[in-house]
Design a protein around this ligand. Structure first.
Ligand code: ZN
Length: 90
C-alpha cells in the first residue's frame, strides 16, 4: 500500500509491477494526490540502524582511554538507548 490515495475514489493506491494502481478505478488513476506527511520508515529498520550504531559506539568505548571522550561516547549510547526505549513504547 502506498502513502497516496486515488484522486477519484480516495481509496489507497498500490504499486504493482512498478506502476501505481488503484484497485477500484483500474490501472491508471487520473489524479494522484500525495499526502503531506513524509513517508515513515518501518520501525524494524530504525531499530536495526540504532542497534548497529550502538555496537559501533560500544567498540569505540572499549578502546577509548580519554576520559572526556569516554563520557561523550556514554552520552551518545544513552541517547540511542532512550530512542530504542521509545520505539518499544509505541
Ligand atoms: Zn480510484
Amino acid at each position: 500500500m502506498l502513502p497516496v490515495h486515488c484522486g477519484t475514489c480516495k481509496g489507497p493506491l498500490f504499486e504493482f509491477k512498478g506502476k501505481v494502481v488503484c484497485p477500484v478505478c483500474g490501472e491508471k488513476p487520473t489524479r494522484v494526490k500525495a499526502e503531506g506527511k513524509p513517508k515513515e520508515a518501518p520501525l524494524g529498520k530504525v531499530e536495526g540502524v540504532l542497534r548497529a550504531k550502538l555496537n559501533t559506539l560500544a567498540k569505540q568505548l572499549e578502546e577509548e582511554t580519554d576520559h572526556a571522550k569516554t563520557l561523550e561516547l556514554l552520552d551518545r549510547i544513552k541517547s540511542i538507548l532512550d530512542a530504542l526505549e521509545k520505539l518499544k513504547a509505541r
